[in-house]
Design a protein around this ligand. Structure first.
Ligand SMILES: Cc1ncc(COP(=O)(O)O)c(C=O)c1O
Length: 487
């Protein structure tokens, strides 16, 4: 019987193929500014993804040719300088090499006495430094912000109910409540469900006119819940809301949490890393007073997806929540298993080596450059807001605090429904023409175009292109809407 392996028969041929892939990637990325931000896939490309399971193999060169035809020309677009949808980073080549090298090592970061595990701890330590968390705090890298938030809220829930009790017997008849503004990210609703509490346990309090958590309403709701036999657990502050980038009053919320004996969790997936920005870092004052913080290196550190992080101030509370001892995963005094098991810090057993892409980029550029890039994006958002204020038919819908700008096109003689149709059509045309990618939302009840500039490739001239292209597109669409109405 011939023994087989997945290693190539000819390593030199593999070297040539791998170089071809790297060359193609470098060319593609260096020319990204001239590519459309997005383009839809033609039918043959879509059909290719319905092909059935390959039974026999083929040369890797041929596989790569298929990738070049059907995959690489159709990215989501967030590597493009004019992609500003939802909220994500724009990746970077060094980080991509980090992911490649991490895969070459094949490391499972679940546990083990090896260099990748030390680097994982080091990156968590660096994230503590960036956010002002103490060195003795705990933390863990995660798939992203949603899981980072879930981890923080799980520790909060367990501490409130008693670790031993909840871990052994579950919630029982406990009635718990968490508090946030109505701008809180949807992942917290999922977290409530996963924690067995139900969505109603998250009190989403009407936010103030600046879209931050209303502290008077918070105090009142905590009192009402207590009077009704419900146990308040945690305040979820948001540092950078998904809608408008608003930052809750962290020092005031830290005070309320202390006064009420509650956990303070900060969802800093968007804004926490702005703490490293020289001009805007002070907006994050009070972040270090949180009991837990969720943050997202795949956003403003532009690490390739995925990497998030949850920091927990008290290491014992973190470990008490997740520690799991199993005979087949014993820690030894020497050898490969002479290390902490990282499943004691979260919900995964096997874990990918996410730290390397963050580590390499930080080593190459230094944290100061990442801070300047964050300031640069916030400055670009202010520039966009200024251009909107100066345009008679554009309306700014919220004052930008970080890098998110919400606005709409509002010609004087269109109904609210037509204005919404007009804005949506302009957003879709900008995407379909490959010019720029904006997303939409509602600010209050108003339909809004939303531009989130967490992109290290964006230049001020890209903002000019956006404004000019909107100016070119909307009069024709508005005219059509008016004509439809007249008919
Ligand atoms: C404020 C906030 N929290 C949580 C998340 C979820 O993070 P992720 O997409 O990394 O899971 C996001 C995503 O944009 C966010 O903006």
């Amino acid at each position: 019987l011939k023994e087989e392996t997945l290693d190539p028969d000819d390593w030199e041929a593999m070297r040539t193929t791998a170089h071809r892939m790297i060359d193609d990637a470098i060319t593609r990325l260096s020319e990204i500014r001239d590519a459309p931000v997005w383009k839809d896939m033609p039918e043959p490309v879509r059909a290719a993804y319905k092909e059935t399971l390959p039974l026999k193999g083929q040369p890797l060169d041929k596989v790569f040719d298929e990738i070049k035809t059907n995959l690489l020309p159709y990215p989501m677009g967030n590597i493009h300088p004019r992609f500003w949808m939802w909220y994500m980073g724009s990746s970077n080549f060094t980080g991509a090499m980090g992911d490649f090298l991490a895969a070459i090592l094949g490391s499972n970061l679940g546990g083990g006495n090896h260099a990748a595990a030390l680097m994982d701890r080091q990156v968590v330590d660096w994230l503590k430094t960036m956010t002002g968390f103490p060195a003795e705090a705990s933390g863990t890298l995660t798939s992203g912000g949603s899981v980072a938030n879930l981890i923080g809220l799980t520790v909060a829930r367990n501490e409130a109910l008693g670790q031993q009790k909840i871990r052994e017997h579950g919630l029982g008849d406990a009635k718990l409540a968490f508090y946030a503004s109505d701008q809180v990210h949807g992942c917290h609703l999922t977290a409530m469900e996963v924690l067995g509490l139900g969505r109603a346990s998250l009190r989403r309090l009407p936010s103030k006119s600046d879209y931050t958590l209303d502290i008077t309403a918070l105090r009142q709701r905590i009192a009402v819940d207590r009077a009704n036999g419900i146990q308040p657990v945690a305040i979820i502050a948001t540092a950078g809301t998904i809608n408008t980038g608003a930052i809750d009053d962290l020092p005031a919320l830290a005070y309320v949490a202390q006064d009420e004996g509650l956990w303070l969790h900060v969802d800093g997936c968007i804004g926490a890393l702005a703490a490293i920005a020289p001009k805007n870092g002070s907006k994050l004052a009070g972040l270090d007073r949180a009991d837990s913080v969720a943050l997202d290196p795949h956003k403003w550190l532009h690490a390739p997806f995925e990497v998030g992080c949850c920091l927990i101030k008290d290491k014992a509370q973190h470990i008490d929540t997740f520690a799991l001892s199993q005979a087949y995963l014993e820690k030894e005094l020497r050898g490969v298993a002479a290390a902490d098991w990282l499943h004691d810090f979260g919900i995964q057993t096997s874990r990918g080596f996410r730290a390397l892409k963050v580590w390499m980029s930080l080593k190459e550029h230094g944290v100061e450059k990442f801070g300047r890039l964050i300031d640069q994006n916030i400055n670009q958002a202010e520039f966009l807001a200024d251009r909107i204020r100066a345009a008679p038919d554009l309306e700014l819908l919220a004052e930008p605090v970080l890098d998110i700008v919400c606005f709409r096109i509002r010609p004087p003689d269109l109904s609210d429904t037509d204005i919404e149709d007009l804005n949506r059509e302009v957003m879709l045309r900008l995407q379909e023409d490959g010019i720029a990618a904006l997303s939409d939302t509602r600010v209050g009840s108003t339909y809004a175009l939303r531009c989130a500039i967490s992109n290290h490739r964006t230049r001020l001239s890209d903002i000019d292109i956006l404004i000019n292209e909107i100016g070119r597109l909307y009069p024709k669409i508005a005219l059509k809407l008016r004509m439809n109405k007249d008919q």
